[in-house]
Design a protein. Structure first.
Length: 179
């Protein structure tokens, strides 16, 4: 039977709430993981997301196999990483087996001998459980969480930029950028 998130922590496992990200890191993976961390730390949003996952995935469980299956949290994280990065399953497998912060987000201990690896077929089988309809439902919940977060903040508008930007090599991209 699938669980929402493994309740027993491993020796050396960092709690999701305590994962630290470099605020100056501009890569897309830490930004995504910070968003997932916020979803996990917001009990109302987390409960709604897990309810959607449980309602859609539990009926598909093959009860005669008696295997526990991947937790809903791990399925959710893997699915969000795959969708957000628009990566194939081979890249996702490489990330999940080698990216330290992603492994922390999945509940693996840092340097205390946790040698858990994910096989390609396991990743494919579990991420494919997330249907477009399910992702649309989750999207509505996550957007509502974002609106609550902004509303509960200072009331200021969200910072953003619409103009073009330059990458590290000075190449322009974004709106207004010429190719």
């Amino acid at each position: 039977m699938r669980v929402v998130k493994d309740s027993l922590r491993q020796f050396g496992e960092t709690r999701i709430e305590d994962i630290v990200f470099d605020p100056k890191d501009r890569d897309d993976i830490p930004a995504l993981l910070r968003g997932l961390q916020h979803i996990y730390c917001d009990p109302d949003t987390r409960e709604k997301v897990f309810d959607i996952l449980e309602k859609q995935i539990r009926p598909k469980i093959k009860r005669h196999l008696r295997r526990p299956g991947m937790s809903f949290w791990r399925i959710f994280v893997l699915g969000m990483v795959q969708k957000a990065l628009n990566c194939d399953f081979d890249r996702l497998r490489n990330l999940v087996n080698n990216h330290r912060q992603l492994r922390q987000m999945l509940g693996h201990a840092n340097d205390f001998g946790d040698r858990t690896t994910y096989h390609l077929q396991t990743i494919i089988d579990n991420v494919c459980l997330l249907t477009p309809e399910m992702l649309e439902e989750i999207n509505v919940v996550v957007v509502a969480c974002g609106h609550r977060t902004v509303r509960n903040g200072s009331g200021a508008s969200l910072p953003g930029r619409l103009g073009g930007s330059k990458d590290a090599c000075g190449m322009a991209y974004g709106r207004g950028a010429s190719v």
